[in-house]
Design a protein around this ligand. Structure first.
Ligand code: URA
Length: 213
């Protein structure tokens, strides 16, 4: 069973946990890391969307007309915090191909660890849509809180945050800043180091996805 404490849910499906272990291993190749992130995104997307409301719509099968369940309301929005968010985004879009996509470019200033925004592009109507923000690492939570601030300014009211790993410090910062935004993660690690990396973590998710350093 997934475990929830307050607003934070740890998705402990055995496949998610198994794949995460392989991703954490520093010997895992770039191709393997990318593939696993996409696969975990499928499993996490399934969990994060499991309470979406359905409505019955009229269709005709080759055999007969019927009323069949379909997701109610406007198309979902997936908001990727660049660049590592794109690894989760790809997997989410595999499952919900009609979702709208927002891209939020934030990088961490390595000195201050503060987020610097360099790009923001989102669908014009965020009201009345579920917005799922994705970023594999909730470390200081500076980028995530700033990104969600921006989405709220643009009208989003129904927001969820999905990450792979979270640090306790990041969870505290995030849930204080946005108590209305549920967080879904595959694991909560020990702590942040002095450079703002999650320990034991998996290193720099963007570097491991794209082979940069
Ligand atoms: N971002 C990463 O990619 N890794 C961390 O450990 C923290 C932030």
């Amino acid at each position: 069973m997934n475990e929830s404490v307050g607003n934070v849910t740890v998705l402990d499906h055995p496949l998610i946990q198994h794949k995460l272990t392989i991703m954490r291993n520093k010997e895992t190749s770039i191709a393997g890391f990318r593939r696993l992130l996409r696969e975990i995104a499928h499993l996490m997307c399934y969990e994060v969307t499991r309470d979406l409301e359905l409505e019955l719509i009229d269709i005709e099968t080759p055999m007969a007309p019927m009323k069949s369940p379909s997701i109610k309301g406007k198309k979902l929005v997936f908001a990727s915090i660049l660049r590592a968010g794109n690894g989760l985004l790809d997997g989410m879009l595999d499952l919900v191909p009609a979702a709208r996509v927002a891209h939020i470019g934030m990088y961490r200033d390595h000195e201050t660890l503060e987020p610097v925004e360099y790009y923001f592009k989102a669908p014009s109507s965020l009201e009345d849509r579920l917005v799922i923000v994705v970023d594999p690492m909730l470390a200081t939570a500076n980028s995530a809180t700033a990104a969600i601030e921006k989405l709220k300014e643009r009208g989003a009211t129904d927001i969820r945050f999905l990450c792979l790993l979270a640090a306790p410090e990041g969870i505290k910062h995030f849930t204080e800043a946005h108590p209305d935004v549920p967080v879904f993660t595959a694991a909560i690690d020990s702590h942040l180091n002095e450079k703002g990396y999650i320990v034991p973590g998996l290193g720099d998710a963007g570097d491991r996805m794209y082979g940069t350093k």
